[in-house]
Write a protein that binds this ligand. Sequence first.
Ligand code: RET
Length: 300
Amino acid sequence: MIKQKDLNFVKLRNVMIVMTIFALWFSVFFSEQIEGYISYALIFSFGILHGSNDIQLIHINAMRSAGKVSRKKVFLLYVSTVLAILLTFSFFPRVAFIFFIIISGFHFGEQHWNKYLIKKTVWNKLLYTLYGLFILFMIFYIKYEQASQVINDISGFQFQEDVYLTITSVIGIALIIQLSFYLYFDFLKVSILEELFFLGIFFIIFKTASLLWGFCVYFIVWHSIPSLVDQMNYLYGISNKWTLLQYLKSSWKYWLISLIGLFGLYFLLKEDNQFFASIMLYFLAAITFPHVIVMSRLEK
Ligand SMILES: CC1=C(/C=C/C(C)=C/C=C/C(C)=C/C=O)C(C)(C)CCC1
């Protein structure tokens, strides 16, 4: 029998597909500048929002496993982690960048595959990382001109286009090999053809749209929205209009503080960085590390 949870899941998937097709249509008709404004608006709203409840989630998680834990302690721990990451970026930009990309890959992959794997094995982490990295390197390769400038701005790395093509191909082959093993051993709950089809859609959108719009469609539609739904399920046992309201009530203050932090970072770093995107990435990196730890515990 089909469970209600699975039905909701299929519904969300369909909405995500419709949104992606709409975004594809949008990118054909509207200019890069308009795409840019809307992308930033979506990243600042949904994108940041999906990480705004992290302090709350760390607190609840700590209480569930260790009993009473002070909220102030959690807040201080979170803020010091964020500051430590920003400092690592300013002193060791290359090391920080490599970690950021690997952790982002893992995080994107975990969000996507976590519900689709039947067995928990240590190899799942590799699958998550390969999948997320494949998407990121696909963007870096397809949008080489712009992406390589931003990468150079934040890390100092300067690679030729071929390097990105080689890395994307190696990761893609490793991903196909691992997925074939999973298919053979019956570890997958989803159709592999459907998954390849989605990757094909991502390829088309990265190719058709601007760098920011392509990344935004993936980050918002395929990552932030399903992650928000997972978080609501964890916090309130269900995801609907009311729990969304509840979620907004408990996270809006953190969301506002994050936005103020982002603009603070902008005024601090605007002289040293060529692109606003670079500053946004420092900010995303700073909140990503604690976010990945929280979400990884939650997804389990
Ligand atoms: C470096 C770089 C990019 C990478 C972005 C990443 C890696 C974002 C990760 C965000 C996360 C993990 C958010 C948390 O939920 C872009 C914008 C694609 C293109 C320009 C250069």
